[in-house]
Ligand binder design. Structure first.
Ligand SMILES: Nc1ncnc2c1ncn2[C@@H]1O[C@H](COP(=O)(O)OP(=O)(O)OP(=O)(O)O)[C@@H](O)[C@H]1O
Ligand SMILES: [Mg+2]
Length: 327
């Protein structure tokens, strides 16, 4: 039996933009491979700037978007199999989205969502059993059923509603939760609260998380694994400690350097630097990051980098390691 709960192999997603004749193609996800263990729960953060392909990757894992090439295997079965057995799939994998206010309709009580999930996915046989399951699940995210009962989404804060989204996802007792920017719309002071719930659920309920985030400080704090995306490519992957202590890719280094430290100010200069580089046209050959890379050599423009294993599971899509190894 496969000992990987999530296995992604050479995954691509191409989008066509513009018309069929004069249009262009972009590879939003480009040859991404990841293997995540099934013998323990984990939190894998997927980090990278806007447009790097994080949401596209998440949507493919959730079966919400078709793949262009490559494979996704979850709990030993392909995503194509899962899409034919959706009820089973939603018990295994659940989403949490960025904006909890759009995840719930303003016209429906939030508890009605919880009941629907419990009853439609066969987690409870009747309303009474569903109510018991909902009470227990809400407790896991620090809420009482009484706080939620008969209330509509606009009666909650963003943080509370996101906790209810987590509870809803938990009702199916999933093995994996894919959370796409779950703290982005939440007050900075409450972000840790949400990621602490992830951590608690990993430890207490054995749920693994694909945690997509711009917020490196929470990723830094909560991750077991970190995957860095850059223009569709996964340019680094590894155990969080390895990636954070010895980043194998200059882009990861740049991201880590940009984590605001206490007392630092986020200056307009930093912002300009990122936006400016973003506009540059990239050729198909060579490293996608070369133009922004302080270490780029001629070979970075002339050759396409391959994934290099640094140590254990730590991998980087950077030529400096190849050169180092060859030399
Ligand atoms: N439906 C679509 N049609 C065309 N292009 C798309 C589509 N969805 C995404 N893209 C493009 O694919 C690339 C990756 O987008 P994606 O939303 O996955 O990035 P992201 O890393 O999630 O960004 P953000 O941090 O802003 O959420 C972008 O260039 C985006 O414009
Ligand atoms: Mg996104």
């Amino acid at each position: 039996m496969d000992n990987h709960i999530l296995e992604i192999k050479n995954l691509d997603r191409v989008f066509r933009i513009g018309g069929m004749i004069f249009g262009n193609k972009i590879k939003a996800v480009d040859d991404v491979s990841i293997k995540m263990p099934s013998d323990r729960a984990w939190i894998m953060s997927v980090v990278g700037e806007s447009g790097s392909g994080k949401t596209t990757l998440a949507r493919m894992i959730l079966g919400l978007l078709e793949t262009s090439a490559g494979e996704i295997t979850i709990d030993g079965k392909s995503i194509h199999y899962h899409m034919k057995h959706k009820k089973e799939f939603y018990r295994l994998v659940q989403p949490i989205f960025q904006n909890p206010f759009t995840a719930f309709s303003a016209k429906q009580t939030v508890e009605s969502y919880l009941f629907e999930t419990a009853l439609n996915l066969g987690m409870a046989k009747d309303k009474e059993e569903a109510a018991a399951l909902i009470t227990e699940t809400l407790k896991r995210v620090g809420l009482n059923y009484d706080q939620v009962k008969n209330k509509y989404p606009n009666q909650f804060s963003g943080g509370e509603l996101q906790r209810i989204s987590i509870a809803r996802a938990l009702i199916t007792k999933p093995k994996i939760i894919v959370a796409d920017e779950p703290v982005a719309m939440i007050d900075a002071s409450l972000r840790m609260n949400i990621v602490n719930i992830f951590r608690f659920l990993k430890e207490e309920a054995g749920v693994s998380f694909v945690y997509i985030t711009h917020d490196l400080s929470t990723a830094y704090y909560v991750s077991d694994y970190i995957a860095t995306m850059y223009k569709g490519s996964m340019i680094e992957f590894g155990k969080a400690q390895d990636v954070l202590e010895k980043p194998g890719h200059p882009y990861t280094q740049l991201l880590l350097d940009s984590i605001p430290k206490v007392g630092d100010k986020w200056t307009a200069k930093d912002r300009m630097h990122m936006a400016d580089a973003e506009k540059k046209v990239l050729s198909k050959i060579g490293c996608k990051f070369a133009r922004r890379c302080p270490y780029a050599t001629d070979q970075c423009y002339q050759n396409t980098p391959e994934m290099v294993t640094l140590e254990g599971e730590h991998r980087s899509l950077c030529m400096k390691h190849k050169e180092y190894k060859a030399g």
